[in-house]
Design a protein. Structure first.
Length: 137
């Protein structure tokens, strides 16, 4: 089922959003302070291209640097990418078949706006990472 959802996603939203993230990563190289944002941007691009079967988990040991970069990222690219997700979700929600895709699209907005201090893992790895972080390792 995940494979089918991912194929539908790529056809109706994923590829366009993927290209937006690649462009945002390229723009991140223009300013010196945003060069570290390019790597998370391209990491999220892979997640946006094929989201079903994976999840985003927070890194509780992320420090102040992640917070600072999240603020910089939000104004450089996060806000604009989030607007792209909202517009795409609105277009998808017009059809009954697109409603689940629109909901998934809106669920991507938090990582779009604040990617630092988070990582993408497969659904099988979620239990491992939540137990590791709960022990403080």
């Amino acid at each position: 089922m995940r494979f089918l959802l991912n194929v539908i996603w790529v056809l109706f939203a994923g590829f366009g959003l993927f290209l937006e993230y690649l462009l945002a990563g390229g723009v991140a190289f223009i300013f010196i302070i945003t060069i570290p944002a390019a790597i998370p941007c391209w990491r999220i691009a892979g997640f946006v291209l094929w989201p079903f079967g994976r999840a985003v988990v927070a890194k509780p040991n992320a420090g102040a640097g992640s917070t600072v970069m999240n603020v910089v990222w939000f104004f450089v690219a996060g806000l604009w990418l989030a607007i792209g997700h909202v517009v795409t979700a609105f277009i998808q929600a017009i059809t009954i078949i697109g409603i689940p895709l629109a909901i998934a699209n809106l669920k991507l907005i938090p990582i779009t706006c604040f990617p630092f201090g988070k990582m993408v893992v497969s659904n099988r790895e979620i239990a491992h990472y939540s137990s590791v972080y709960s022990r403080g390792l």
